[in-house]
Design a binder for this molecule. Structure first.
Ligand SMILES: C[S@@+](CC[C@H](N)C(=O)[O-])C[C@H]1O[C@@H](n2cnc3c(N)ncnc32)[C@H](O)[C@@H]1O
Length: 250
């Protein structure tokens, strides 16, 4: 239904659709969106890099899998996919709990909330999940509850470029899929690091927009993970996903 290859085109269309959708969301209760998510996702646990927790995801057994995308009543459900960049980042946090323990963490572009969940499981003192899709915020609540966790604070405003409260750590899972998004993120991250000494971790499977971006040469590799077979199949031949620390000299 939704291919990863056309992600950036989709984002452009999402910006248009979001204006239309935001009114529709406001008219829907959280309960009805929860019901929709329950009925149109499958609870998945073992097939990702983080079998420690489960997520409600879009799979071939969901009825919309074979239906025309335009029948989906919301904007594209990025939150219903566990992206390879987010998988690597979440795996890294679970393997290295000291990275999050006792720290304030922002998962920006949180989607289904997986990295926010990994941060909470790793002992973060406070976790904020930020995604401009308000359905993603509800999915994040549901996924946290599914794993017996208190949901993080979920914010749906666009925080990129804003004056940010001081977070110890910012997580970016698969957020470098679009050149203009990557560029605005880059300058905003510089601001966060300069103002607050924030640590920035990025998970990415080597997408072209990431590899070719200026930020790429300023990153230090921390870990590389081989993607499980099912994730490779869903991601058109991607085989690995890496975690990077952004350490610019400012
Ligand atoms: C490719 S998905 C990654 C989701 C998750 N981090 C993961 O790795 O599974 C990108 C997400 O970023 C969100 N997004 C796009 N632009 C954003 C922005 N300016 N601020 C916050 N979230 C944004 C999208 O709605 C989408 O859920």
């Amino acid at each position: 239904m939704w291919g990863l290859v056309s992600t950036s085109k989709r984002i452009t269309s999402i910006k248009t659709v979001l204006l239309r959708q935001s009114h529709r969301y406001m008219c829907q209760s959280e309960d009805s969106i929860r019901r929709f998510i329950s009925e149109n996702t499958e609870i998945v646990g073992q097939q990702s890099l983080t079998p420690e927790f489960r997520l409600r995801l879009f799979t071939p057994s969901c009825k919309f899998w074979t239906q025309r995308p335009e029948l989906w009543p919301y904007s594209d459900p990025y939150w219903a996919i566990y992206w390879p960049g987010g998988q690597a980042l979440s795996r890294f946090l679970l393997d290295n709990p000291v990275v999050c323990r006792g720290r304030t963490v922002l998962d920006l572009g949180s989607g289904n909330g997986a990295s926010a969940i990994a941060a909470a499981l790793s002992g973060a003192s406070h976790v904020v999940a930020n995604d401009i899709d308000s359905v993603a915020a509800i999915a994040t609540h549901m996924n946290s509850e599914l794993n017996g966790l208190q949901p993080p604070v979920c914010l749906t405003a666009n925080m990129i470029g804003s004056q940010l409260a001081a977070f110890d750590l910012i997580l970016l899972g698969d957020m470098f899929y679009d050149e203009s998004l990557a560029t605005s993120l880059h300058s905003w991250l510089d601001h966060c690091i300069k103002s607050h000494g924030t640590e920035v971790l990025i998970g990415d499977p080597g997408r072209a927009q990431f590899e070719e971006h200026n930020i790429r040469r300023l990153l230090r590799p921390l870990a590389q993970f081989e993607l499980p077979e099912s994730v490779r199949e869903e991601n058109y031949g991607l085989t690995h996903s890496c975690v990077w620390r952004y350490t610019p000299e400012l």
